[in-house]
Design a protein around this ligand. Structure first.
Ligand SMILES: Cc1cc2nc3c(=O)[nH]c(=O)nc-3n(C[C@H](O)[C@H](O)[C@H](O)COP(=O)(O)O)c2cc1C
Length: 676
């Protein structure tokens, strides 16, 4: 190739030296190495930066942290550009620059990512026998709290295309992306910005959400924002989960050192729990990417276009109030995070309402009632009239939810949205039709019936809010509705019927078999409805499920927290979230019922139940019980003293020890000043 270089000459030929004597060396063109062999030989370390820069680099590397808590303050664009620029300066195999950085500011998208991550977080926790709780405490709220999310992708290139240097190790593309992330992370730390790396998700889920093509792997979700914590050491180390190994444990000389290798493994075993089952074994059988069945509700991460069931504007979570509450929680006389999940509950409540939970709650308890056409296949041992009788008894305060609501002074509203018999006294008449059609033979409802039931549910919830209820508890009554819920769950979750059919109110073995058969027939018949949540409602839902969806929409619009009861309410919430993701923001799982499908539904929702009392009463009793915990959280926050107020000194010795261990010189000096 012809060169334009000033010293171009024939290959192999030495450039002619003029006879007159020395030739002045021209300046090195830009972009080429200007150093001279003589200089390099004289001072091999001459390329280093001055002391200050090197010290700064070491400081930033040592002080880089994974951040979980963020403040809501915005991240200036110029700063963000600096981070992106740093990422883009990373090394890459064959200079392929495989990183693609999707900057996400949309709250809706970040909420959808959080839900995806919550779901996986709960599933992964199951693998860590006994230490799952600590694992769960590693929060992923940062996805929503941090004002910016960056989905860092790796474009693996066209299949079969050659990349210089990648021939033997295909992962080098991903490794290059990791280098980009580290550049970004360090730059953020230098700027005082926090970065939290989240990897609790499946590639397919983020691909679907963000429209990422199949050849591209979304390798990391980075939460970027101003940190609301300044940890001197890794959070997982502070939580006792793991510890940085001494350098000599991980460094080997000349060859693999088996003894050191084993020592490192042993040291890690001591600090880190081993998975309770092999990590290759799925928690429940999942389809491989190749045999992936038709996508279902799980893939409906984005709010679909409005159709029969319209939703209205929903407002944002109150992150400033949440940050303020967290500051309060940090000051209360207790170890950090000492109130455990009550703190999470209070923060969630505050995110919804803008204020911590009250000491006394006035709940609006909405019990939606309906009957089910499939009961003619023996899907329940009770007669259909029992739904109406129980609804009447609930309204009289004689059933579990009726008694609890009366005893705790909540507002109870039992509504007939689809009972087969006439609406009994004391029950609100909002009947759409007398029971659903048999889902095994036809769609259970028409689109118009679904829309009407949703609207009734919305209005009933609004009525309770208008009466001054500051939160809702949702329940249902409907003989046979666990079979309905099982069909909804099987379609929404794409799981087998056996995983979601349970004993319901009470069922014998032959009855259980009948129930499974009916649910399987309905699932088979309506498989196509799995993809669209509204179609799913029409295909197999009960009228009470539709009304509960409406109540959830109303709650999201009004920023009112909702305590979900058992399996049927959970399934309704799953569908409601698929229609309007903001519903998730107001939903609180009160308990995990004895129905097997409930745990799967809660996992999918990414909601951790507050109680586990093996309830199978339906009606909303569990939701009313959980309200007591909300009140307890509110009382603790309102009444507990702060360290300063109680005259309790935080142990300086403990603080100093922690800081010394973390090598945090600056903090040590601050602690010494405190002491003075
Ligand atoms: C590849 C990778 C994936 C990670 N995924 C997660 C994650 O899913 N959730 C999380 O809380 N932290 C995640 N982290 C953060 C680590 O837990 C954290 O970096 C580690 O505990 C060390 O703490 P430090 O970064 O503060 O030094 C991830 C880090 C890396 C490098």
């Amino acid at each position: 190739m012809a060169s334009e270089h000033p010293h171009a000459h024939e290959p192999g030929a030495r450039a002619p030296v003029p006879a007159t004597g020395a030739v002045e060396r021209p300046a090195t063109p830009a972009g080429f190495d200007p150093s001279r062999p003589r200089d390099r030989a004289r001072d091999p370390a001459g390329w280093r930066f001055d002391d200050e820069v090197r010290a700064a680099l070491a400081t930033v590397i040592a002080a880089r942290r994974d951040i979980r808590r963020f403040r809501p303050d915005p991240v200036p664009d110029t700063l963000l550009e600096r981070l992106l620029e740093a990422a883009h300066r990373a090394p890459s195999v064959g200079l392929m620059q495989p990183w693609r950085l999707i900057v996400v500011r949309s709250l809706d998208t970040r909420r959808a990512v959080r839900r995806i991550a919550q779901r996986e977080r709960l599933r992964q926790a199951e693998r860590f026998a006994g230490r799952g709780d600590e694992f769960l405490d590693q929060k992923i709220e940062g996805i929503v709290e941090a004002p910016v999310g960056i989905c860092v992708c790796c474009d693996n290139g066209e299949p079969g295309s050659e990349v210089l240097g990648r021939g033997t190790i295909p992962e080098t593309a991903q490794l290059s992306v990791a280098c980009a992330i580290q550049n970004l992370w360090l730059t953020a730390r230098a700027e005082g910005l926090g970065v939290g790396w989240v990897s609790f998700y499946r590639y397919e889920d983020l691909r679907t959400l963000l429209g990422i093509p199949e050849r591209v792997d979304p390798v990391a979700w980075l939460c970027v924002g101003w940190p609301d914590e300044r940890p001197p050491r890794p959070g997982l180390e502070a939580a006792g989960w793991g510890k940085r190994l001494p350098l000599e444990t991980v460094v080997m000389r000349e060859r693999w050192d088996s003894e050191r290798g084993e020592a490192a493994r042993a040291a890690l075993r001591q600090t880190r729990p081993l998975p309770s089952r092999p990590s290759s074994q799925p928690l429940r059988s999942r389809p491989s990417p190749q045999s992936r069945p038709a996508p279902s509700l799980r893939d409906t991460q984005q709010p679909p276009a409005p159709a029969a069931v319209a939703t209205r504007d929903v407002s944002l979570p109150d992150s400033e109030a949440q940050t303020a509450l967290r500051d309060v929680l940090d000051e209360l006389v207790k170890p950090p995070g000492g109130l455990g999940r009550l703190e999470e509950l209070a923060l969630r409540w505050t995110g919804i309402t803008g204020a911590p939970p009250p000491e006394r709650l006035r709940l609006g308890v909405l019990v939606a009632c309906g009957d089910h056409g499939h009961v003619r296949h023996g899907t329940t041992l009770f007669e259909q009239r029992v739904s109406t009788e129980v609804a009447a008894a609930a309204a009289r305060g004689e059933t579990a939810v009726g008694a609890l609501a009366a005893a705790l002074d909540h507002e109870l509203l039992v509504a007939d949205v689809g009972l087969a018999l006439p609406t009994p006294p004391g029950v609100v008449a909002a009947k759409v039709r007398a029971g659903t059609r048999d889902m095994t033979a036809a769609p259970a409802l028409t689109d118009a019936e679904v829309a009407q039931a949703v609207e009734h549910g919305r209005e009933l919830a609004q009525r309770l809010v208008a009466r001054g209820c500051s939160a809702l508890a949702l329940g249902e009554i409907g003989i046979g509705n666990t079979a309905t819920s099982a069909a909804m769950a099987a379609l929404a979750l794409r799981v087998g019927v056996d995983a979601v059919v349970g004993r319901g109110a009470a069922m014998d073995a032959p009855g259980l078999e009948r129930k499974r058969r009916a649910v399987a027939a309905a699932v088979e018949r309506h498989r196509a409805a799995a993809r669209d949540p509204r179609a799913l409602l029409a295909a197999v839902a009960g009228l009470e499920h539709c009304a509960l969806c409406g109540a959830l929409f109303a709650a999201a619009e009004a920023r009112v927290p909702v305590l979900l009861d058992g399996f049927s309410v959970g399934v309704a919430a799953l569908v409601a979230c698929a229609i309007e993701p903001a519903v998730w923001e107001v939903a609180i799982a009160s308990h995990r019922s004895a129905e097997p499908g409930h745990a799967l539904v809660l996992d999918e929702l990414g909601l951790e139940p507050l109680l586990e009392l093996r309830l199978r009463a339906g009606e909303g009793a569990g939701a009313v019980l959980a309200a007591r915990l909300v009140e307890a959280a509110g009382a603790a926050i309102a009444r507990m003293a702060t360290f300063a107020g109680a005259g309790v000194t935080r142990s300086l010795a403990a603080r100093r020890a922690a800081r010394a261990e973390a090598g945090d010189e600056q903090a040590l000096r601050a602690a010494a000043e405190d002491e003075e």
